[in-house]
Design a binder for this molecule. Structure first.
Ligand code: WT7
Length: 648
């Protein structure tokens, strides 16, 4: 595996927070030899404590760990109030709407907006510390205000991505037992209004714990208002005071839930707490993007995903940066949109997903040449392994062969980056997440907890708890332990297993190879095959189904479903049947889970004990030769039948 190496730009390194690999190793050695000293020192330096913590870490009840015990803080104060001295007139959020409308929100304005919002929730909706608030919003500044307002009063927000269906939204509302939903009438996409509020109405039909719905009017399309339940934000916000004392929160009080897919049909409510999360969000912003005081930083994610939480809202604001928020899609009105924005706002750090890079490359290869991209200093990617051709185009055409690309590896559960290059220090290899960040003690292990050899594919683990680590799965302690801490033991002690495979190269660089479980990665979004299967099974004509991932040129992975229909009904019209199945998926999960391929088959390859052999189905979907032993199958002939159907 001899890959080209790109060394950091000397000028850049000189001013970077971490300037070279020696400094990196010094920090990592400090963390390794004095873990609590390392973290305690950063927590003291970076967080504006209301009351200092007494102890750094309590792992006595591992994996239920506690960080910064006894410390009191407020995350919204960390993100806003402490900047009101020197940065009150600095842009906190630069918003660009789908149709090119713009807003610049200074830290002082952000403070007013968030305080008003917090008062609204507290005084009009009776939201109290610890209550759950579901946020189902487009990418507009009010989404950030809503998050920070919850943080201000100690409510736990749970954002549900706007692409999820009413069913999916309802499940999450019920699981979190939320009493308030914050939404918008809708927003704009490719110049056209789309709606969210009707989805909320549908989700709230029947019994739910929701008492109040707050609607931000963004596109002013007609919506239905339920008297006594639905309120217009635009109206009631006007009457709120701009002063709301931040709630005093314990370091380990929950900050938010974010539902993500696992290996069963039911999504997991990943819980993050206050101090550890915000500390690492801020530290990784500083180290990995190396954002400077006058820089403008843009992450293209949606607030509905963890990237939007940590790297659009919490991380940038905690460090007092200027963060760009974009409502639209990168290819509208054309594939030059992001580069036009880079030129216009003089963006310094640009962070996006490989799937977006592939789309922009494919549909606008020469677009970057039309704009002045010289402001760019650091480029980032996240969400899935990036393929070398996309990396090369990003590096050369967008970054002018001048900007390091930080390939940041992390997950909803890790809260922030765990493996990533440092732009001023790490010699980069294309499409490689490189090394664990200082403070993160990570290792690729085999199933027995032994460090993987060079070139040997192993399991990506974190062997010590870290501050921004997941604290629990909402309402399901057992699943928390089972999902992350029961597969691998190192020296007899359970370690955190990410679910990803990874490999060391001869220089110790880490390359992530993808999920080892039944989770697939569609356009950088996690989708549980079991979740899609559970949705498809709701179709009355479906007897059995197995879902696998299949490589996809743009999305990274696409969804491939093998479906056995109930025999007595037969297949009247295959296309019609496919449409009907995708309609069920749209209803149960949302458009993001639509299948790229559906194959109707007479049976599935199963062992005699009834277990579906997905490995075989994955190989068939890829068009690979079947080399696995199929003699243990209940009916080995089914493999050839399915394989020949796929080739047609
Ligand atoms: C999964 C986490 C992390 C924010 C967005 C997705 C994959 C993430 C990388 C990367 C290779 C990556 C992993 C991980 N992943 N970043 N740089 N290289 N794979 O968050 O929905 O929790 O998904 O995304 O498979 O487990 P998520």
């Amino acid at each position: 595996m001899n890959r080209e190496i790109f060394r950091p730009n000397k000028e850049f390194s000189k001013n970077a927070r971490i300037k070279n690999m020696c400094e990196y190793h010094e920090l990592q050695d400090w963390a390794t030899t004095d873990y609590e000293g390392f973290w305690g020192s950063y927590a003291k330096e970076k967080i504006d404590w209301i009351k200092p913590f007494d102890n750094v870490l309590d792992e006595s009840n591992f994996p239920f760990v506690k960080w910064f015990i006894g410390g009191k803080l407020n995350v919204s104060a960390q993100c806003i109030d402490r900047h009101l001295g020197s940065r009150k007139n600095k842009a906190a959020i630069i918003f660009e709407g789908d149709r090119g409308d713009k807003q610049i929100i200074t830290y002082l304005e952000l403070s007013y907006n968030v305080n008003r919002f917090a008062n609204l929730l507290k005084n009009e909706f009776d939201v109290k510390k610890g209550d759950r608030v579901v946020i189902y919003m487009p990418m507009i500044p009010e989404a950030a205000y809503a998050m920070l307002a919850c943080a201000r009063i100690g409510a736990i927000h749970s954002i549900v991505f706007g692409g999820f269906s009413a069913e999916a939204l309802k499940d999450r509302i019920i699981d979190a037992d939320a009493k308030v939903v914050i939404t918008a009438d809708g927003a704009f996409r490719k110049g056209i209004p789309y709606m969210l509020k009707p989805v909320v109405d549908e989700a709230l039909a029947g019994e739910t714990p929701v008492r109040k719905v707050l609607v931000v009017e963004r596109n002013f399309e007609d919506i239905t208002w339920v008297a006594g339940r639905d309120y217009s934000y635009n109206e009631i916000i006007k009457h709120q005071s701009v002063k709301c004392e931040p709630e005093v929160m314990d370091a380990e009080d929950p900050l938010f839930l974010l539902y993500t897919s696992g290996s069963t049909g039911k999504p997991k409510g990943v819980q993050h707490n206050q101090a550890g999360y915000i500390l690492w969000a801020q530290m990784t912003m500083e180290w990995v993007f190396d954002v400077k005081e006058n820089d403008t930083y843009w992450c293209t994610a949606d607030v509905g995903w963890i990237t939007g939480h940590t790297y659009i809202v919490y991380g940038p604001l905690a460090m007092g940066a200027t963060t760009v928020m974009f409502e639209g899609v990168p290819t509208y009105p054309d594939a030059g949109r992001p580069w036009k924005m880079v030129e216009e706002y003089k963006i310094n750090q640009f962070y996006t997903a490989p799937t977006a890079i592939r789309v922009l490359h494919k549909s606008g290869e020469d677009e970057p040449t039309k704009y002045d991209l010289s402001s760019l200093k650091v480029l980032g990617t996240v969400g899935e392994p990036i393929d070398p051709p996309a990396w090369k185009w990003y590096y050369e055409a967008v970054g002018g062969s001048r900007c390091p690309i930080v390939d940041t590896y992390w997950q909803t559960e890790t809260g922030g980056h765990i493996i990533s290059p440092l732009p001023g220090a790490t010699p980069i290899k294309p499409a490689c997440a490189t090394f664990a960040l200082p403070g993160i003690i990570a290792e690729i292990l085999d199933e027995n907890g032994v460090r993987a050899e060079v070139g040997e594919k192993g399991l990506m683990c974190v062997t010590r708890p870290w501050p921004s680590m997941i604290r629990g799965i909402w309402g399901d302690e057992e699943r928390f332990v089972k999902s992350y801490f029961s597969d691998i033991k190192k020296d007899g002690k359970s370690v955190y297993f990410t679910g990803d495979g990874a490999v060391y190269d001869e220089d110790g660089y880490i390359t992530i190879t993808g999920r080892t479980d039944d989770v697939i990665n569609v356009s950088g979004h996690r989708m549980g095959t079991a979740e899609v299967e559970a949705a498809i099974k709701k179709h009355p004509n479906v007897a059995e189904v197995a879902v696998v991932g299949k490589p996809h040129e743009i999305k990274g992975e696409g969804i491939f479903a093998y479906v056995v229909l109930k025999s007595d009904n037969g297949i009247a019209d295959e296309l019609e049947e496919m449409r009907a199945i995708n309609d069920v998926i749209k209803k149960e999960i949302g458009n993001i889970a639509i299948c790229d391929d559906i194959l109707f088959t007479l049976g599935l390859p199963k062992t005699r004990s009834g277990k579906i052999m997905r490995r075989i189905l994955r190989s068939i979907a890829k068009g690979e030769e079947i080399t696995q032993d199929i003699s243990t199958l209940e009916d080995p002939s089914i493999v050839a039948i399915i394989a020949s159907a796929v080739q047609i």
